[in-house]
Ligand binder design. Structure first.
Ligand SMILES: Cc1ncc(COP(=O)(O)O)c(C=O)c1O
Length: 373
């Protein structure tokens, strides 16, 4: 059987990882400034993570959500304290798209409405509702195009207020920092006006922190720079450091109903062991503070590079926008300098390293980037 060929691949076979480095099958080492698309939070093959998952799989990898799983409550307790939302409720699933899918369903169950506001360049996943609120017509199949969504320009307070005043909007979904859209940061004033307009008009505010959350921005959630509390927060990627997992954090105003949401695999024992290990290491190694410190250093240094048109970002979520397409720069970084980076559109390089990136590794990256530019 052939693989369904939807990914343009680099001809590299990664077989091993440690911290912020990965190795291919020929023994070549690479510096990982991509984190497998913002997924690796605590670093590749962290010994505590390996130990927790190994012990859990040797004891009990999976049992269904029809019995008590104390590990789920442990994730909820630990995550609640660490992220500052211990009064919220936690629903565990398997991916980012699934988190957004459930968030949008909950919003619609809550207020009975069906209209959603999303933003230009937004990315929220590839399943039915998640893809419908994603601003990319190429990946919205006709079956997903159900006219629920109005896309507005990011940070346009007037346009947002005008739509919400119609009092027919079910939910606004917004990324803490737009990732796929090229590292676009919502302004604090806009976020505060959005919170107020949602409150005044019965609209549910959903913060997609799937890429920007879990410490990546230098705070647990990027929206915490705006001093607002969303009604629902979605997370995935960094929560399991590569173990497929997602979660929805739900404000106390939503009352759970038996059977309204559900999943076979979500919150299984092995996933919870991975999530607990991630929280342990984030706390023990002060990775959120590290993301802020090393991110600030990188942002400052990158802004000295004359060939970069604009540097945007927060913590270890950084976009480098160039005047011209970056394909060649990215290829040279990978094949000559042995550095993995991400991309947005044609002109933006995205840096999404593990949150344990050290200062000397950041400096090393700057040297390798300089060699390419
Ligand atoms: C902001 C955001 N939301 C949702 C998703 C979808 O997550 P997943 O691929 O786990 O479904 C992504 C993935 O890149 C993302 O960046």
């Amino acid at each position: 059987m052939k693989l369904f060929d939807v990914y343009p691949l680099f001809d590299i076979n990664i077989v091993k990882g440690k911290g912020c480095h990965v190795w291919d099958d020929k023994g070549q080492e690479y510096l990982d400034l991509y984190g497998g698309h913002a997924v690796i939070s605590i670093g590749h093959a962290h010994p505590h993570y390996v130990d927790m998952i190994s012990k859990q799989v040797a004891t009990l990898g999976f049992y269904s959500n029809s019995v008590i799983n104390k590990l789920q409550q442990e994730v909820a307790d630990r995550l609640g304290v660490m992220c500052g939302y211990d009064d919220y409720q936690l629903f565990l699933i398997n991916s980012g798209a699934e988190a957004n899918e459930n968030a949008l369903k909950l919003a619609s169950f809550y207020n009975g409405r069906t209209r959603v506001i999303s933003f230009n360049k937004a990315f929220h996943g590839r399943t039915s509702l998640a893809v419908e609120v994603t601003d990319n017509p190429k990946i919205i199949a006709p079956i997903n195009n159900n006219q629920h969504v109005t896309y507005l320009p990011l940070n346009d307070t007037e346009a947002m207020e005008k739509e919400l005043k119609k009092k027919n909007v079910c939910a606004v979904i917004i990324e803490g920092i737009q990732g796929v859209g090229g590292i676009q940061i919502p302004e604090k004033n806009f976020m505060q006006a959005l919170r107020k307009a949602c409150d005044e008009n019965g609209t549910v505010l959903i913060l997609d922190e799937i890429q920007s959350g879990y410490g990546r921005s230098g705070k647990f959630f990027a929206h915490q720079y705006s001093d607002i509390h969303p009604d629902i927060i979605t997370v995935a990627k960094g929560i399991g450091n590569g173990f497929p997992m997602g979660a929805v954090l739900i404000s106390p105003k939503f009352k759970p109903l038996y059977g309204q949401l559900g999943t076979t695999f979500g919150g299984n024992h092995l996933a919870c062991a991975a999530a607990i290990a991630v929280l342990d290491v984030m706390k023990e190694e002060h990775l959120i503070e590290n993301a802020a410190k090393v991110g600030n250093f990188l942002l400052e240094e990158l802004r000295q590079f004359k060939k970069i048109k604009e540097v945007r970002g927060c913590g270890l979520m950084i976009g480098l926008e160039f005047e011209t397409p970056i394909k060649e720069i990215r290829q040279k970084l990978l094949f000559e300098q042995k550095v993995f980076t991400g991309v947005s559109g044609t002109n933006v390089i995205r840096l999404l390293p593990p949150l344990c990136l050290k200062m000397d590794e950041a400096s090393d990256f700057l040297t390798r980037l300089n060699a390419v530019l």
